[in-house]
Design a protein around this ligand. Structure first.
Ligand SMILES: [Zn+2]
Length: 215
């Protein structure tokens, strides 16, 4: 079932598909993993269950409400509750992107991470776009008991890292969320490249001066 959208909602659906293609074509997620949401006047548009970001079309999208309930279109991703949770926690956010990006997922499997801060502020752009990145405990895919955990963490953080899984990033727009996701992935890559070396991240004062707004 495709969805009837207002012109604003239809433009949002096109935007989601453009970002989905960009993510998939650059291997920022793979297979049928990854999902994208955007607030519109019609509700929260989210990519559907079982779809690939490489082939999803605007008419395939789902509509959910702020509680994560399905209100129109195709059946939403089984991770849609995560998007609703982050959007509830961050009223200024318009969009959320979740992927299984390789380097971020690799960091999410490391045994020796501080769960309050999974990656050091290696670069100014990471400090600016992500700030502090909490690592949330492991939950099986689709386990919606992760919802309240993600909602609480998202109140104070733009991005979350799910253990043995991948990142969830909010943004004031879809392009801002995509920029932040890419910054996170590149920083995870740097972190792994630097493994075993003595590193000099930004100082707490330097990082705090660039930190994104708490909400
Ligand atoms: Zn996932």
């Amino acid at each position: 079932m495709s969805i009837a959208l207002t012109p604003g909602g239809a433009a949002g659906a096109e935007e989601i598909v453009a970002v989905a293609r960009s993510i998939f074509s650059r291997s920022l997620t793979h297979g049928s993993t990854g999902n994208i949401s955007l607030r519109t006047h019609d509700g929260i548009l989210v990519t559907p269950t079982g779809s690939s970001l490489g082939t999803v079309e605007p008419g395939d999208l789902s509509l959910i409400d702020e509680r994560g309930a399905h209100v129109g279109g195709a059946r939403p991703s089984k991770e849609a509750f995560l998007h609703a949770a982050v959007l509830r926690a961050r009223p200024s956010a318009q969009a959320v992107i979740h992927t299984h990006s390789t380097y971020s997922a690799a960091v999410s499997c490391l045994d020796d991470i501080d769960p309050a801060s999974a990656l050091p502020p290696l670069t100014a752009y990471f400090a600016m776009r992500i700030g502090r990145l909490p690592l949330l405990p492991y939950h099986a895919p689709g386990d919606d008991s992760l919802g309240p955990v993600a909602e609480a963490a998202a109140r104070d953080h733009v991005a979350l890292l799910l253990s043995n899984h991948g990142p969830v990033v909010a943004g004031a727009s879809l392009s801002a969320a995509l920029d932040a996701l890419e910054e996170l992935e590149e920083t995870a890559k740097l972190h792994l490249l630097l493994h075993g070396r003595s590193i000099r991240p930004l100082t707490p004062t330097q990082a705090a001066a660039l930190a994104p707004p708490a909400r």
